[in-house]
Write a protein of this length. Structure first.
Length: 206
C-alpha cells in the first residue's frame, strides 16, 4: 500500500536547541493529525544533545518525524535544506525554540485538507522568557476570516505586516522560488520571496 500524502510539512531548523527541542517537537505528537503531517528537523551541526533528543521522536513516529544533518551553515541554509526534502502539499516553518498550540494545529490541518490555495495565514503568540507568560496574539490587519480571497487585492489595499510565524505556503511555490541566505532577515525572506506568486489565500483566527 502506498503511503498517504502528507497535507502539511513542517521544517524545524535546529542548532544547539537541546534545552528547547522537546518543547517544540512534543506539540506535533497528536493522534488527531500525526499521520497527516511530516516534521523535518534540520540539525545544523549541533554540538549539544539536540540530535539525541530529536531522535526519540523520530523513532516513535518514523513516518512523520525525520531528522537530516548538515555541517553548521546557518539558519537560511538549514531552511533551504529542509525545503528540498519536504513532500507535503503545504509548508510551514517552526524554529527549534518555538512550539505550536496543538489543538489549533489540529484545526488547521483539517482546514488544509479542504483547501487549494497558495497561502494560509494564522496568528502567533510570543512568549516572555523572563515573566514566563504568553503575550497577546499577533493577528493580521483586516484579513478575511475563514474564506478564500484574492491575495493581490488584499495586499495592495492593506500592505500588512505578515511575519514568518503567520505563514503557511504551498510547497511547490517554495521549492521553485525560495532560497534563503544566512543574513539577519531570513524570516522576512521566507515571507517576501513567495509573495509575488501568491494569488489565492485563506486566513483562520487560530
Amino acid at each position: 500500500m502506498a503511503a498517504s500524502k502528507k497535507i502539511l510539512s513542517i521544517v524545524v531548523a535546529a542548532y544547539n536547541r537541546g534545552s528547547m527541542i522537546d518543547d517544540c517537537l512534543k506539540t506535533f505528537c497528536d493522534k488527531r493529525f500525526i499521520d497527516d503531517i511530516e516534521v523535518i528537523v534540520v540539525n545544523d551541526g549541533s554540538t549539544d544533545d539536540t540530535v539525541k533528543r530529536a531522535e526519540k521522536y523520530c523513532k516513535k513516529y518514523p513516518k512523520s518525524i525525520k531528522i537530516i544533518h548538515q555541517e553548521n551553515a546557518g539558519a537560511g541554509a538549514a531552511v533551504n535544506n529542509g525545503i528540498m526534502h519536504v513532500t507535503g502539499k503545504y509548508l510551514r516553518l517552526v524554529d527549534g525554540d518555538d512550539w505550536v498550540i496543538t489543538k489549533n494545529l489540529a484545526k488547521l490541518v483539517e482546514e488544509l485538507k479542504n483547501l487549494d490555495v497558495d497561502a494560509v495565514f494564522t496568528n502567533y503568540v510570543s512568549y516572555h522568557d523572563v515573566k514566563k507568560e504568553l503575550l497577546d496574539p499577533v493577528k493580521i490587519i483586516d484579513m478575511p476570516t475563514g474564506k478564500v480571497f484574492n491575495f493581490d487585492e488584499y495586499w495592495y489595499r492593506y500592505n500588512p505586516p505578515i511575519r514568518m510565524h503567520h505563514s503557511t505556503f504551498r510547497t511547490s511555490i517554495m521549492k521553485k522560488h525560495v532560497k534563503l541566505d544566512n543574513g539577519y532577515y531570513t524570516d522576512s525572506q521566507y515571507v517576501f520571496y513567495p509573495t509575488p506568486y501568491i494569488k489565492t489565500a485563506a486566513y483562520f483566527d487560530l
